[in-house]
Design a protein around this ligand. Sequence first.
Ligand code: NDP
Length: 278
Amino acid sequence: MSTTQTIPTVTLNNGVEIPRLGFGVFQVPDDETSAAVASALAAGYRSIDTAAIYGNEAGVGRAIADSGIAREDLFVTSKVWNSDHGYDSTLRAYDATLATLGLEFLDLYLIHWPAPDRGLYTETWRALEKLYAEGRVRAIGVSNFEPEHLERLIDVAEIVPAVNQVELHPALQNRDVIAADARHGIATEAWSPLAQGAVLGDPAIVTIAAAHGKTPAQVVLRWHLQQGRIVIPKSVTPARIAQNLDVFGFDLTARELAAIDALDRNGRTGPHPAEFHG
Ligand code: NDP
């Protein structure tokens, strides 16, 4: 299996390096996941983002096993679901995730949502800290944490999260979350970086794409990368999978970045984290 290019990395606050661009598998059925992940690995992706709730950790694991790629050359992320919040249940959920993936360790394990009504995310975090202290996971982080959830967690935590994975794209730029992450040395990772396709027809993006001979998706991914974020676009279409990785050979100008910045419009595609309890 050939790697077409080396993907740049971001160094997390514990020294671990994460590829700046990874492959997401949300909403990919388990029986289609192996093919999609195999296509991504063949194209050169080395970071895969899944979650217990996606029901496709087995498909991810099969593709990894079949790829022949050395485990240390991969970066695998999964997430503990809301109904598994709590100390013991999170430890059990981690064991189940590893067993389903067929892996000995994860590179990154995230609390999928704060689910504030459950009131258990600090307990859940204690379990992640234990897994980390035992060397069973290389980095731990959170997802969908608003600044208020981060502050509360960091008040009681021994370890500051390495990553906050949040909805982030031109139509929802989440600047307060990015600022809170930066204050605490947390890397921001953008989920639905393409707004699930909803921004790809925006005239400003289409115009910039034409100027560079690139696609709108490539322009949006480039916009994220030039602002220092980690991205995990999803596709089940091999040509798009390859296209989404081919974003390291051009630069948007400051004016083009600003034109995309101006598209912020509270265009959330998923639930608001303060209101989602799963
Ligand atoms: P994305 O923003 O990655 O968009 C995916 C959609 O865009 C698919 O419909 C795909 O179509 C299409 N697409 C992909 N590439 C292109 C392209 N080059 N040109 C045109 N269309 C394209 O959405 P996701 O919601 O999947 O987010 C990405 C990942 O983020 C997820 O897979 C998951 O890993 C993570 N995530 C995390 C969440 C969390 O709560 N932590 C929540 C949601 C997502 P097709 O597949 O048909 O090619």
